[in-house]
Design a protein around this ligand. Structure first.
Ligand code: ARG
Length: 247
């Protein structure tokens, strides 16, 4: 009986936070994202919006989770989750074996490959990945890892790999001519081709799956997120969201 009581108390503590004044308020879950990744997450009129944002909000609504959002650099998302400064990461994050060691991922919700982009009026093609070219990547992304491991470390690329905190900066340096190309997730590259003077010259089949991440061991929250994703799929709401952001 005592055990059951303390278990209940623990559960309640997880759900409720008692403020200093004695009032009881629901916990607010902090969602971290790198809002430079349209259509998954981007800033519009000063607000963080996008597919991932709508997705986690819809899950929050179904599961009664109060959410607040933080826009931080992609490579600090996992450290922030581990440190307890974030509860959830929704950032087009690929489920990888390496990341699985540090955080727990939801069931996959989107699949993507990588793409190579160059300036729109450039004559460059796939060979921009070889030799003395400068490639821009977002630090810590799978695009970064692919370029670093498959091109730079093998000596196939003899130019520089330039690391950026955000894709906003990658794109401006590419358009300014400070970079020859960038490697990034295909759906995002495609959206950039519609918004900026850039074009896709190659697709790299990496077969990545995106997942929502929580702190390692946070099974309770992970289960709610997984249930939410499944419910959104069955209700047709997931397809509605996909239609809204990907025509
Ligand atoms: N899918 C890639 C990865 O997980 C890139 C994600 C970048 N996300 C972002 N919001 N900038 O590494």
């Amino acid at each position: 009986m005592i055990k059951l009581k303390s278990l209940l108390a623990c559960l309640l503590m997880g759900l409720l936070v008692v403020t200093m004044g004695g009032a009881v308020v629901a916990k607010t879950y902090v969602v971290g994202t790198s809002a430079d990744f349209p259509p998954f997450e981007y800033v519009e009129d000063g607000e963080i919006v996008g597919f991932d944002i709508d997705l986690i909000k819809a899950i929050g609504e179904l599961k009664g989770l109060e959410l607040t959002f933080k826009d931080i650099s992609f490579d600090s998302l996992i450290p922030a989750l581990k440190a307890g400064n974030l509860d959830i990461v929704a950032s087009g994050m690929t489920i990888t074996a390496e990341r699985e060691k540090a955080v727990d991922f939801s069931v996959p919700y989107y699949s993507a490959n990588q793409a190579v982009i160059v300036q729109e009026d450039s004559a460059k093609n796939l060979t921009v990945l070889f030799g003395a070219h400068d490639l821009g990547v977002q630090t810590g992304t799978t695009g970064d890892l692919w370029v670093t491991e498959n091109l730079k470390e093998k000596g196939i690329l003899t130019g520089r790999v330039v690391y950026y905190d955000t894709f906003v900066l990658v794109l401006s340096d590419l358009i300014n001519g400070n970079l020859d190309a960038s490697v990034l997730d295909f759906p995002v590259a495609k959206r950039f081709t519609e918004q900026k003077p850039v074009k896709i010259v190659a697709e790299i089949i990496t077969g990545e799956d995106y997942g929502i991440a929580v702190k390692e061991g946070n099974q309770q929250l992970l289960q709610l997120i997984n249930e939410g994703i499944e419910e959104l799929k069955t209700s047709g709401k997931m397809d509605q969201l996909l239609d809204k952001y990907f025509q």
